[in-house]
Design a protein around this ligand. Structure first.
Ligand SMILES: O=C(O)CCC(=O)C(=O)O
Length: 211
């Protein structure tokens, strides 16, 4: 398994570090937000976001997902049955920094609160039709470092393990979502909370074109 930290030489904040992997386009900003900004945003989001426990049906049975979630964004950017709440001041500020370095705009954000290492997200790709053909997913993390794992759908040895720390921003774009799945596994070692924000551009079903 390739450990992403082995690939990096430059740790400057606004410099993207390219993570080489087949059929993907991956960039990491290990410290897009300073320590002080990250501490402030973590506390504001933890206390100010309308966190919800989500239930999904698994083999016909309701199951509560192992994390809390929230959706914010433009009113028309509904996604997978979720109606977004209006942007808050903090979310707009975080979005502006992400848009600056990604040179893209985003109309929604999914927030995940992992209360400790027992919270997780299972293998999936962000490949829903509303995200368009080759979506950019810009993922900001505050709080406890967690390992973001990726596996190629057909090349069994193509696996990545990327530490996403306090104040980082990880960008997946191009054809990545067609060929790769990702997860944040449970970890007995992690005792503290982490907040993750994935900024997305949603193209509602009744819009005519999407990229
Ligand atoms: O928490 C993360 O880093 C990943 C979140 C994720 O995969 C998702 O929300 O789709």
């Amino acid at each position: 398994m390739v450990m992403a930290e082995d690939l990096f030489s430059d740790h400057s904040s606004l410099q993207a570090q390219r993570i080489p992997a087949p059929q993907s386009d991956l960039r990491l900003f290990p410290q897009l937000f300073s320590l002080e900004e990250s501490d402030t945003f973590f506390a504001q989001l933890r206390d100010g976001i309308d966190w919800q426990a989500e239930e999904i049906l698994l083999y016909g049975k309701p199951v509560t997902v192992p994390r809390l979630i929230a959706w914010y964004g433009e009113s028309e950017a509904g996604y997978c049955m979720h109606t977004p709440l209006a942007w808050t001041r903090e979310l707009r500020a975080i979005k502006a920094r992400v848009e600056q370095v990604s040179e893209r705009t985003f109309n929604s954000v999914l927030l995940n609160l992992y209360r400790d290492g027992q919270d997780s997200v299972a293998w999936h790709s962000d490949d829903e039709a509303e995200l368009g053909r080759n979506p950019m997913i810009a993922s900001v993390s505050f709080g406890a470092e967690r390992t973001f794992q990726m596996k190629h759908r057909r090349i069994s040895e193509a696996r990545l393990s990327i530490p996403l720390g306090h104040g980082s921003c990880f960008i997946m774009q191009g054809e990545t979502q067609h060929h790769w799945a990702h997860q944040v596994p449970k970890s007995k070692k992690v005792l503290a909370a982490r907040i993750n924000l994935t900024f997305r551009q949603i193209y509602p079903a009744d819009w005519q074109t999407f990229g």
